[in-house]
Design a protein around this ligand. Structure first.
Ligand code: ADP
Ligand code: ASP
Ligand code: MG
Length: 437
């Protein structure tokens, strides 16, 4: 069984939704994971922000604009009276729900309910459309099986048991549709897997059912060797290993949700990234065997990074110092991305700044603490194993005209990371591209 995920642009209009059947074989056994229609989640974020700010008039205006957008889409998607009726009922149900929050106390719980509406709408619309044209499909409610724990980590065993149970209950169906991105949290409330989370849904389901393949259909022909939004002449990469892909996703390649490679990797399910706008293009295959020897694969960048330096003469020849520093981050459940050390100082980076002030206060017990905001990690992925040479100098040569705050090399065999001020990111990516490819 394949898990086939379509992103927002791939379901971005009535024509695109209809076009999915040029890609999917309606008779194959498959689970189709859909994102919200392009632009919807951003619009829902805006509506929730208006509610949070107490600006009911703006919320109402935004809701009606989005409702109108869907009314047009329904008119174009359905050709029967019944199809249009079902579509309109659906839209009214979801938009009336969103509008009803105007009379309530608005908390993060209501916000997450609003954010979930996009995927609930897109999957039902697709299901109704299939019904209209006589293709039998079954909606699997993601809120019945996709669950995260108190640390926002997916509960793999719960997901596996429940998704397989749902499939068993509908063994007379082949074609399943489910919502990407949305889930329930440990309180049973509606929650989500964070922006771009539909990739993660697809990977989690693929792992849970032991799928033969996970396909991520998007608006570009695979993972490129640099960020196509910033650099001209980027090229698709035919194959990647799970490790390489995970590194690129984690360090900013927006095409994949940062965590989405891990479930597929753990259960060894190959992931294929494909282009809805050019279905014949071969895209990128991510698999255990996907690594290439002796070359640089790709460059990615992750913004919103904070660098923290702790300088202490007590670190000199001391043991246990790093443990105590790391324990501070552990207490605040704040992951560390990059680390470099000298004999009397340690520099590290985080991207979750919720507890930065508390962390800084505790770190000051160890020595002098310096914090730099607005940093970017630029990550170069390739074959940098122990028997290779020359890559570090090429990477550093490409950024020799820019101030580099940290350099990390040798942590894995396939990553060289640099930390720079975000204002130098564009130049760093372009210069690395010219030097490396
Ligand atoms: P979807 O809505 O299908 O999930 P996304 O917008 O999340 O699509 O991801 C696709 C986009 O990711 C591309 O349009 C491209 O601009 C961007 N992107 C960033 N880095 C890369 C990369 N290295 N390779 C390909 N696309 C990338
Ligand atoms: N619709 C969600 C978002 O825009 C999830 C996704 O597209 O993957 O973030
Ligand atoms: Mg995405």
């Amino acid at each position: 069984m394949k898990v086939i995920k379509f992103g927002g642009t791939s379901v971005g209009s009535a024509a695109r939704i209809k076009g999915l059947l040029d890609i999917i074989d309606p008779n194959a056994r498959q689970i189709v994971v859909l994102s919200a229609v392009a632009g919807t989640t951003n619009a829902l974020v805006e509506i929730a922000a208006a509610y949070t700010n107490g600006d009911k008039a703006k919320a109402e205006q935004d809701i009606e604009a989005l409702r109108a957008h869907y009314n047009t889409l329904i008119g174009e998607l359905f050709s029967t009276e019944e199809g249009r009726y079902n579509g309109n009922e659906l839209i009214n149900y979801h938009f009336d729900l969103i509008a009803s929050f105007s009379n309530q106390l608005f908390t993060p719980i209501e916000e997450k309910i609003i954010l979930a509406q996009g995927e609930l709408i897109s999957t039902s619309l697709f299901h109704f459309y299939l019904t209209e044209i006589g293709v039998r499909s079954k909606l699997l409610p993601a809120l019945d099986f996709m669950k995260i724990d108190e640390d926002n980590e997916p509960k793999i065993d719960f997901i596996r048991e429940n998704v397989n149970e749902l499939l068993l209950q509908s063994s007379d169906h082949n074609f399943f549709i489910t919502q990407g991105y949305i889930c329930r949290n440990s309180f049973g409330e509606i929650d989500n897997l964070r922006r771009g989370g539909s990739d993660y849904t697809a990977s989690l389901i693929g792992a849970a059912i032991g799928a033969e393949e996970i396909q991520i259909w998007t608006d570009i022909d695979g993972m490129h060797n640099n960020d196509p939004r910033i650099v001209k002449d980027t090229k698709p990469i035919a194959s990647l290993s799970f490790d390489e892909a995970a590194e690129l996703a984690y360090f900013g390649a927006k095409i994949l949700h940062p965590q989405s490679v891990f479930p597929a990797q753990r259960y060894n399910v190959p992931v294929r990234i494909l282009n809805t706008m050019a279905p014949q293009a071969s895209g990128t295959l991510i698999s255990r065997e996907g690594a290439a020897k002796g070359i640089v694969r790709s460059v990615a960048a992750k913004d919103g990074i904070v660098a923290i330096r702790i300088q202490s003469s007590r670190m000199l020849l001391a043991y246990g110092f790093l443990r105590r520093v790391f324990e501070v981050f552990e207490r605040y459940k704040t992951p560390i991305d990059m680390i470099t050390t000298s004999e009397v100082a340690i520099s590290l980076t985080i991207d979750d700044t919720r507890y930065l002030a508390d962390i800084e206060k505790e770190l000051k017990d160890f020595g002098t603490v310096a914090i730099d905001l607005n940093q970017t990690i630029v990550c170069v992925v390739g074959d940098f194993g122990p028997n290779t040479h020359g890559y570090a100098s090429r990477v550093l040569d490409a950024v020799k005209h820019l101030p580099v705050r940290m350099i990390s090399y040798g942590g894995s065999n396939y990553n060289i990371s640099l930390l720079l001020q975000t204002e130098h990111k564009v130049e760093a990516l372009r210069s690395l591209h010219n030097r490396l490819f």
